[in-house]
Design a protein. Structure first.
Length: 499
């Protein structure tokens, strides 16, 4: 608002606003980006300056306020047509690929984004919606400190577009699932590979109020304690071509299905057919939908211990996928199949009816201390801070289901050399699976965590202020789209460097 008032005051006093700088300063023989664009105003000292300079031409407009105002009207008229607003230089440099980008490369990003964003046009009914979508996604990739609707609209459009942006995301009449489907298809074109791995995970978003959809006092993984927050379940995909998030669903705590939440249920516009599902049930739905689509080929699915400790969840994973599930250190297994029988009746008290197993199962942490384990030191991957080196081993075990032997599976143990942290994984991969393949997969749950880190640090994933069910899913889809654009930019400049 202050900027708008300044513009009006300057215009009243014969100063003419002509635009903004792109945020660069002169540094030697080149320009350095400082990220603080400045507004530019002109004051015409002489109306017939062109005649004085010897370049008078009746076809050129005069530099006065009538011309400036007509230019503003022309801009507004263009907005009604098939014209988008694109930023060209106002990018968050931290979110861009870590290559030696020249300023001409940065300038080309606007055209690249325009072409990219046009792929999602079928999801919108009107040009104005497509324009607002473009602005929203660009805002997520911009250096704005707080990437919620109001700052995005004010910084990239104007103050009078804030309400339009709010309506567009919260309740605009366009197809959210069509947008999501296009994103999946385009992500598949970019990342799909036979060596792909799926990952399922949840992520929490701390909220102060109690009126946003799904907010409750529940476990927050980021804080490591219970907190007032929302929680979503996310499906990620990684391959030799890169990684990204491909699907999402908000978790509604069971309390939200009670009569106490009827009013909030209406305010948040939760679909009437929504049923209570645990995070693990939501995860299975997302995995099943992905397998039906055949967009992301994969033989493996990874998950953290929240999902890995649930035997029923692991048993319901589609048969064509091998799971590689992190489990808590107190998970019980047998090194070999135990003898299970009902103990003989001792002659006193009730007759025993429950099976007892001999020997008793041991925890995976106890098994990690077994001197017969064959540990190997391996470079698992190249991380941002250098090679990721760990000691790894595996053992064929019998998992424990309700204190009875279940299926035979692999126990994979990884000990990080830099932190001495030990992680345990169970996998239903077949006996003939190679140790090298399991070493490859053990590091591939990291990409989905990286997606959350990049999304929350640079793309406004947790900055939203939406309260409705639809708006939450729309915001997450826009974050996915921004991530996909950055993946394609990385691919483009990687190829450029190789040539």
């Amino acid at each position: 608002m202050q900027r708008m008032r300044q513009r009006r005051i300057c215009l009243w006093h014969d100063w003419i606003y002509v635009g903004q700088t792109q945020g660069y300063k002169k540094q030697g023989n080149s320009f350095e980006y400082h990220g603080n664009p400045k507004e530019v105003f002109l004051y015409p000292l002489e109306r017939n300056f062109r005649k004085e300079l010897g370049c008078d031409d009746p076809l050129l407009p005069t530099l006065d306020h009538s011309y400036y105002l007509s230019l503003e009207k022309l801009k507004k008229a263009k907005k009604r047509g098939k014209t988008m607003v694109f930023i060209s230089g106002n990018w968050d440099r931290k979110s861009l690929p870590p290559f030696d980008l020249q300023e001409q490369d940065i300038e080309q990003l606007g055209d690249a984004f325009k072409q990219f964003h046009s792929l999602f046009s079928p999801a919108y009914k009107r040009v104005e919606q497509e324009e607002l979508s473009s602005c929203y996604v660009q805002g997520l990739m911009s250096p704005i400190e707080r990437k919620s609707m109001e700052p995005i609209a004010i910084n990239l459009m104007d103050t009078h577009r804030v309400r339009s942006m709010q309506h567009f995301v919260s309740s605009g009449g366009w197809d959210t699932e069509a947008l999501s489907q296009t994103h999946k298809e385009e992500t598949s074109k970019t990342l799909a590979s036979d060596d792909g791995v799926l990952s399922i995970d949840s992520s929490e978003f701390v909220k102060k109020g109690n009126h946003s959809v799904g907010v409750a006092r529940q476990w927050c993984g980021r804080l490591g304690k219970k907190e007032n927050c929302q929680s979503g379940v996310f499906l990620g995909y990684s391959s030799s071509k890169g990684y990204g998030l491909i699907d999402r669903q908000l978790y509604l705590p069971e309390a939200w299905f009670s009569d106490d939440y009827k009013e909030l249920w209406q305010e948040c516009k939760i679909p009437a057919e929504t049923e209570f599902k645990t995070k693990n049930e939501i995860a299975l739905d997302l995995i099943s939908e992905n397998q039906k689509s055949r967009l992301f080929p994969a033989k493996w699915i990874t998950c953290d211990s929240f999902f890995g400790r649930d035997s029923d969840f692991l048993d319901q994973i589609p048969a064509e996928l091998y799971y590689f599930a992190e489990v808590p250190c107190n998970t019980k297994v047998w090194k070999e199949h135990p003898l299970c029988e009902i103990p003989e009746y001792a002659g006193k008290g009730r007759k025993p009816t429950k099976m007892k197993c001999n020997p008793r199962p041991v925890s995976v942490s106890d098994l990690a201390n077994d001197p017969s384990l064959n540990w190997e030191e391996r470079v698992l991957a190249e991380g941002a801070k250098g090679p990721i080196v760990a000691k790894v081993t595996r053992w064929r075990v019998i998992n424990s289901r309700d204190e009875l032997p279940g299926k035979e599976c692999w126990l994979f143990i990884r000990k990080n050399l830099d932190t001495n942290e030990i992680k345990y994984f169970l996998s239903d991969a077949p006996l003939e699976i190679s140790f090298e393949e399991m070493c490859r997969v053990c590091i591939l749950r990291w990409p989905i965590e990286q997606c959350f880190q990049e999304g929350k640090s640079h793309l406004g994933m947790s900055h939203y202020e939406h309260r409705s069910w639809e708006a939450w899913h729309r915001h997450m889809t826009f974050v996915f789209i921004a991530q996909l654009f950055l993946i394609r930019i990385r691919h483009k400049f990687k190829k450029k460097l190789q040539h």
